[in-house]
Design a binder for this molecule. Structure first.
Ligand code: ADP
Ligand code: MG
Length: 291
């Protein structure tokens, strides 16, 4: 009866908008007790808008924006799209040797400049100095729950780009339902602590791990598992792929990157967190049928 029950589960999944890798994907997920949620693109729309571009001392705002937009053409990150918007394609400089660094940003040569765009940590690692005026701008932006990235070249950060997105309309209700099922939600994000907290408060999630690198996402999933938790991870980004593969159950947003979809056990076709709740219910019911 086992294969038949699993087939039923799989067919029902398709109706709900859940693609299931193989019947095995639903096995052993009945005992999931913890649901780790990526933030950007998973509980938020991932459609970021560019709220502000601030040039550093002596820099030209349009120039700062152009360099950042040029670099971002090498990235699939939602931030990249927001930054590139507002710069005409013919004004976008060509980039030499562009490198998209998952969970960090992008580096490359723009004209004669060795340029970097991304999180403050990336610019620090590359030895770029942060002028106090930009540092103030950065914390002001983060205080409002926004995400601020830096662009810089030739030894210094030259500008701040402030971006933000919104919760998907169903995210808060989905988290409430997860909790009603007895599951423990956790928010895990590479974004800054304050932006993460702002989103967590709206969702009613207490457990937040922020500012992490993609490898720390995997590490967090591993740590939870080693503590005896059974972990489902829901994510959409290139930076989520390893965590999706490491979790007991990986749920990829169908609206996300190919890397995430390939790494997950299930795909939530419409990228709706409410369907993650259905998927977890489905796996429980499927196993109830088997037993
Ligand atoms: P999340 O976990 O919320 O999906 P990511 O791990 O993708 O976030 O990114 C973490 C942080 O790294 C972002 O908040 C941003 O500061 C920076 N970052 C990542 N990719 C880019 C990019 N293409 N351009 C600028 N900043 C980036
Ligand atoms: Mg994401």
């Amino acid at each position: 009866a086992t294969p038949v029950a699993l087939m039923v589960g799989t067919g029902r999944g398709a109706q709900l908008g859940i693609l299931i890798k193989g019947p095995e994907a639903l096995e052993q997920t009945r005992t999931v007790d913890t649901v780790v949620l990526d933030k950007t693109g998973t509980v938020t729309t991932g459609v970021m808008s560019l709220l502000r571009v601030v040039a550093g001392p002596g820099e030209d705002r349009a120039d700062v924006h152009r360099v950042a937009a040029a670099l971002e053409s090498a990235s699939e990150h939602p931030i990249a799209r927001a930054v590139a918007a507002g710069v005409a394609p013919e004004d976008t400089a060509r980039v030499g040797d562009p490198q998209a660094l998952a969970g960090l940003g992008v580096t490359g040569r723009v004209g004669s400049r060795e340029a970097v765009v991304g999180r403050p940590r990336l610019l620090r690692e590359r030895g770029l100095e942060l002028p106090p005026a930009l540092e103030d701008e950065l914390s002001r932006a983060e205080d409002t729950g926004a995400t601020a990235v830096l662009v810089g070249w030739d030894g210094a950060a030259r500008g701040v780009l402030v971006v933000g997105d919104e919760l998907k309309p169903t995210s808060a209700e989905a988290v409430r339902r997860l909790r009603a099922l007895g599951l423990r939600p956790m928010l895990l994000t590479g974004d800054n602590e304050r932006a993460a907290r702002a989103v967590a408060v709206e969702l009613g999630i207490d457990d937040v791990v922020a500012g992490v690198l993609p490898e720390d996402k995997v590490e967090t999933v591993r740590r939870l598992r080693s503590e005896g938790r059974r972990v489902a991870f829901v994510g959409d980004g290139v930076n989520d792929a390893a965590a999706l593969a490491t979790a007991d159950l990986g749920l990829a947003m169908g609206t996300g990157t190919d890397a995430a979809i390939e790494a997950g056990d299930l795909t939530l076709v419409r990228g709706d967190l409410m369907v993650a709740v259905d998927a977890l219910r489905l796996s429980r019911r499927t196993h109830a049928t088997i037993r």
